[in-house]
Ligand binder design. Structure first.
Ligand code: NAP
Length: 317
């Protein structure tokens, strides 16, 4: 009761959404609407309108017309996100970044330094880390002797990314766009550090980004750790992480939505990834804190540095 009173007494953060595409509509809008810590006041989109709030075509128009808005959530692709994030932090706004947080490690470090200097919150979100099976998987693995860990992330790009030409453009990482979700879980649940050892990347002849990738990691404790990402998969869509330990095995299935231990389904529940993101963002804002973990993006950057490249046949939607 007292907690409820405290929440209603604090005025909500006035928030603007920038980039009104699939993820903004599917997840950000409903998650903001259900969280009393936020009031959605404006959107910035070249093409879309969100009903009942101010809509602007450019971020500069938002800054000029709504200086009262203190928080922005950036939902455009990473290749075009940096300048807006920089302008927002320069104008004193707190910033939430969709995943991946940037096109390069360095640009996100630049943003982090600016947020620090200006005393602002910067939140690089990793939605898959909030899938219901991830925390229990991390606990289960914490004390175990891992022998083998295999990531299989295979989906049909035509089904999940229709009309998104940006995914084939440099700076947007291609198959690593979904693959980085797996890496965000991997870097969360691994009890110790690992690093990328080799990568094979397949680039369609007409694409600047890879359509498939196979990764191998070095584990100082000797486990065999690998990841396979493929966007050409038309069968059962698979977002699984299998782990074999000395005394049992686990499988995080459906992107972390289900956890199997020794073959038995032990955790399953509704998808609350984005509501949790906004709860966490409110907590960060209340203390003007920064949460930027670059570990998943570092593995992707390493894959581009180490990767052996093969050209495959041109890909058309
Ligand atoms: P999308 O549907 O293509 O939407 C992208 C949005 O960014 C659109 O609103 C778009 O423009 C805006 N934008 C601004 N400049 C752009 C440019 N030069 N090229 C393309 N778009 C531009 O993409 P999305 O699926 O929402 O993905 C956006 C981000 O969310 C990506 O980083 C992705 O990894 C992440 N994400 C996506 C999903 C998913 O299921 N789709 C899940 C989790 C995270 P206008 O509004 O101005 O037209």
């Amino acid at each position: 009761m007292e907690r409820q009173l405290a929440v209603t007494l604090i005025s909500p953060y006035k928030l603007a959404l920038v980039g009104v595409g699939k993820i903004a509509r599917d997840q950000h809008l409903p998650s903001i609407a259900e969280n009393p810590a936020f009031a959605l006041e404006a959107a910035v989109s070249r093409n879309a309108n969100v009903e009942g709030i101010d809509n602007f075509k450019t971020f500069a128009e938002l800054l000029e017309n709504r200086p009262d808005i203190s928080v922005v959530a950036l939902c455009m692709p990473p290749s075009v996100r940096f300048q807006t994030a920089w302008d927002a932090l320069s104008a004193g706004k707190h910033v939430l970044l969709e995943k991946p947080p940037g096109a390069t490690l360095s640009e996100v470090e630049t943003l982090t330094a600016l947020a620090e200097k200006n005393g602002l919150s910067l939140y690089a979100t990793w939605h898959s880390r909030h899938a219901i099976g991830v925390e229990p998987a991390k606990k289960w693995l914490a004390e175990r002797d891992i022998r083998k860990l295999e990531i299989v992330w295979k989906e049909d790009v035509r089904r999940w990314h229709p009309n998104q030409p940006w995914i084939w453009q440099a700076g947007n990482a291609g198959v690593f766009d979904p693959g980085i979700n797996a890496l965000s879980i991997l870097t969360e649940i691994m009890p110790h550090g690992i690093h990328l050892q080799s990568a094979d990347l397949e680039f369609p002849a007409n694409s600047e980004t890879p359509i498939a990738a196979t990764l191998k990691f070095f584990d100082p404790k000797g486990a065999d750790i690998s990841a396979e990402f493929d966007w050409r998969h038309e069968g059962k869509q698979t977002w699984d992480i299998f782990v074999q330990c000395a005394d049992g095995e686990m499988r995080l299935a459906d992107g972390g939505a289900k956890l199997y231990i020794d073959g038995a389904l032990t955790v399953e529940g509704p998808d609350r990834e984005y509501p949790i993101i906004y709860q966490r963002f409110a907590a960060l804002l209340s203390r003007s804190e920064i949460d930027v973990d670059l570990a998943p993006l570092r593995h992707v950057a390493d894959a581009f540095m180490l990767g052996r490249r093969t050209e495959t046949e041109a890909f058309f939607e």
